[in-house]
Design a binder for this molecule. Sequence first.
Ligand code: ADP
Length: 588
Amino acid sequence: MEAKGVIVKVAGPLVVADNMGDAKMFDVVKVGQKGLIGEIIEIKGTKASIQVYEETGGVGPGEPVKITGMPLSVELGPGIVSAIYDGIQRPLDVIKEVAGDFITRGIDVPKLSREAKWDFVPTVKKGDELVGGDIFGTVQETLSVEHRIMVPVGISGKVKEIKAGNFTIEEIVCVLETSDGDADLKMYQYWPVRKSRPYTKKILSTEPLISGQRVIDTFFPLVKGGTACVPGPFGSGKTVIQHQLAKWADAEVVVYVGCGERGNEMTDVLGEFPHLKDPRTGQPLMNRTVLIANTSNMPVAAREASVYTGITIAEYFRDMGYSVAVMADSTSRWAEAMREISGRLEEMPGEEGYPAYLGTRIAEFYERSGKVQCLGSEGRIGAVTTIGAVSPPGGDLSDPVVQATLRVVKVFWCLEAQLAYQRHFPAISWLNSYSLYHGNVKDYLTENVSEKFIEMRIEAMSLLQTESELNEIVKLIGVDSLSFSDRVILETSRSLREDFLHQNAFHDVDTYASMEKQFKILGYILKLHDISKELIEKDVPFDKIAAMSVREDIARARYRLDEDFLKSTDIDEKLESEKAKLLEEGVL
Ligand code: ADP
């Protein structure tokens, strides 16, 4: 389209241009002589306000604005897995090669490589009838991810031609005979990031997203297609949790959106992620990861785009039938970007200067997660699970971003500075966190782990509740005033906290606990509790019960490998023999 807009005002990331009659809301425009990328976010008469995703220094009134007529979109096709993108899907590695460490403004590089060749394996034959969403071929993109090439939404017809072999994404690999003539299909497609990708229907998710983190899987579970929020102050372990989930959650594809608090934090992610190994396959974790990073030399507005870019890529892999996990770290930076732009648009501010639509935007973002039946005739099932970190100033949970997030997500992992300070990691509070998915996962856990599992979790939770009440009494009148049975509760709760909920992300074995292992350890802690209660009733002195050496064995169980631990009976035997011994001594 002709360049006709003219800049009239530049205010940081916001540029106002006149003579923009043709433009539509959310169209991408190229701003100024340099052609900086921006998006129209408000139109008043012939004037348009543009959010610019690059530094606007040096750009001034009078310069042209070119309307592209396209909404902000991503390119979806082979080459996306293991890429590192900025918020508007520019590959950082390619930019670095072309322009060095700092992104040259207005740089135009393809989002997906036009040169790379991919081995396209057709999965349909001539004469087959296809509809939007159907898979017509595959590309083994990395050792971990098979990229399934789908007919774009809205196209359907009969296969007239289908190829096999090595092609670039610009080559035509399939021709469909449609009611409007032939449709040439390539291996990639576009999708506007602000629009969610369609699916046939949402399905209730009843399968947990197993993470191997005991406090999560047993106490506050997440489901495939669910939503979770991890708010917490600086240093409380948000990043370690996100990394643990990226490594261990049973998702086939992970999209990690990093909106760094400070530039160097993002550099950490960029430096760390490419070295992480997928513990299950031994392959680099990047083989099933897409990383979206806002580095410090990008203006805040780019963060706004990055969460949409991330979730759109996730939906695309969901449509292939995968379980995808999106991690956004941290959504507070995204909200701040909204606040900045809203301020510059001189909109009426809501709470703490955030725009009044903050809650709506956050809700729309999380609503793009879910377990769905994908488009297409096959009825594939895919899921997008979203986990957002929030970093409220001073860890204050009344922060508007935390509150708006809690209104939509179903799991709240509440990180507490106090726990982090005591080095209890993950610092997820067992008293203040919650999961609304307990009902969803009940049947799955009963069938796949044990029918006693739910009952055991409820008992453990209630013991920890009681502990906190007892602690109040202890603070007032000391531990000696408690009955022996209350002191048994304190002992068991301590074991639940220290031997079960505490988990060292940096220990080779402890870093991941299978559901079977979680069940077995929890079982031992609760069995010892029952034995202790029985012994107290039989007048065995409390000190002797507290000194039972099997406690040590239970505490060390988490460091044992599944092969050894799951079949073992040594702890069961020791529980019985120590109990028998104490009973005998008690009687004497
Ligand atoms: P945040 O992102 O909230 O600022 P981090 O995730 O960087 O905090 O965590 C801060 C530090 O806490 C880490 O460097 C690490 O030493 C410790 N830590 C957090 N979680 C764990 C864990 N699960 N196991 C062991 N150490 C942890």
